[in-house]
Design a protein around this ligand. Structure first.
Ligand code: 5RP
Length: 232
């Protein structure tokens, strides 16, 4: 199986959890997009679902493929969210935001009774932090916010390069009009403590540590798919 086939495999297993009449949150990224493609086939064959997208990019694909969309305000409580991840550990802690959609992804996941992560084996880690942690910050006072993030991380024993994400000639801008600071802390032994500490910094809008949100991960590898569930 090549990388794309593994993403499709994980998405196909996740699709088995989708039932008629469900209100779904739909993630962002290349793995989530494979899920949208498979879901669209089911919808074309009569499956009734209502979906809340986590990004403008996902919304565009859903519209193109005929997947019915609602806003989160129209459907404020969801049955299930299916989304990719940049990293997942054995306790279903995640790093997300590689695609820059972490704020909406977290709001949608938190509004869902269940969240299934779909990923390939390359995303599984013992300890989070190999992937630079995306931190969404308000453009106002971004230098002060960056200094505050550095000091907060240092207090937790974390150091490393931080860089504002770029896109083309300029800075990357999220759907909400914010910037992304990618923080290469390396191993994050206490992700819970870092998550709480980052949330206390005024200019931090949200961060990519997803803790106690995922209820199941479907991990596809060359030999097939396995699950990590919240009971592990
Ligand atoms: C977007 C995300 C994505 O879920 C994450 O980046 C994984 O993407 P991909 O499936 O393309 O590897 O968090 O903000």
């Amino acid at each position: 199986m090549d990388a794309r086939e593994m993403k499709i495999k994980a998405a196909a297993v996740a699709l088995e959890h989708v039932e008629d009449g469900m209100r779904l949150g739909i993630g962002t990224g290349s793995t989530a997009e494979e899920f949208v493609r498979l879901l669209a086939e089911k919808v074309a064959n009569g499956l009734k679902v209502e979906c809340v997208p986590t990004s403008e990019r996902t919304a565009r694909l859903c519209v193109e493929l005929g997947v019915p969309l609602k806003s989160l305000d129209e459907l404020p409580q969801l049955d299930l969210t299916i989304d990719g991840a940049d990293e997942v550990d054995g306790h279903l802690r995640l790093i997300k935001g590689g695609g820059g959609a972490l704020l909406r992804e977290k709001i949608v996941a938190a509004a869902s009774a269940r969240m299934i992560v779909i990923a390939d084996e390359s995303k599984v880690v013992d300890t989070l932090g190999r992937f630079p942690l995306p931190i969404e910050i308000n453009p106002f006072g971004q230098v002060s916010t960056r200094i505050a993030v550095e000091k907060t991380a240092e207090r937790l024993g974390l150091t490393g390069q931080m860089a504002l994400r770029t896109s083309g000639d300029g800075l990357f801008m999220t759907d909400g009009g914010h910037l992304i600071l990618d923080a290469s802390f390396g191993r994050i032994p206490d992700a819970e403590a870092l998550a709480i500490a980052l949330n206390t910094i005024p200019g931090v809008v949200e961060h990519g540590l997803f803790i106690d949100l995922a209820t199941l991960a479907i991990i596809a590898g060359p030999a097939g798919a396995r699950v990590i569930d919240a009971k592990n």
